[in-house]
Design a protein around this ligand. Structure first.
Ligand code: AMP
Length: 114
């Protein structure tokens, strides 16, 4: 059995995070190293999907819920316009292999696509 991901440790409350919203299936919190005026992560509470490709194949409804949540949070925390980023694979910048969406809004930094 592998160790829980850093996001599972946030979901269980073991590690603190700045949580803005959650329901039974998803949690959203501020990225610890923001690359935009608003930089949230939306994370499924299950870690069985390592990346967005696996999630889309295994639970497309949950992926759709993540997109709808991004839109809602961008309206609540910014002007409603946002960039949605899923890094998929280490060479594409993925560091946590528990699928998550980056919601970026407002002023972006130079590294905002990384
Ligand atoms: P990625 O590189 O796409 O896998 O994204 C992982 C993201 O998780 C990075 O933007 C990190 O800054 C963020 N991150 C890592 N640890 C934490 C944490 N404890 N709380 C909030 N965000 C985190």
């Amino acid at each position: 059995m592998s160790e829980p991901s850093i996001f599972s440790r946030i979901i269980s409350g073991e590690i603190p995070a700045s949580v803005v919203w959650q329901n039974e299936r998803l949690i959203a919190f501020h990225d610890i190293a923001p690359r935009a005026a608003l930089h949230l992560l939306i994370v499924p509470k299950t870690e069985i999907y390592a990346n967005v490709t696996d999630l889309a194949a295994g639970d497309p409804q949950l992926l759709a819920e993540m997109v709808a949540t991004a839109a809602t949070l961008a309206r609540e925390h910014a002007n409603g316009e946002y960039r949605l980023v899923f890094n998929s694979g280490a060479s594409a910048g993925q560091t946590v292999f528990h699928v998550h969406a980056h919601v970026l809004a407002g002023a972006l930094t130079e590294e905002s696509l990384a």
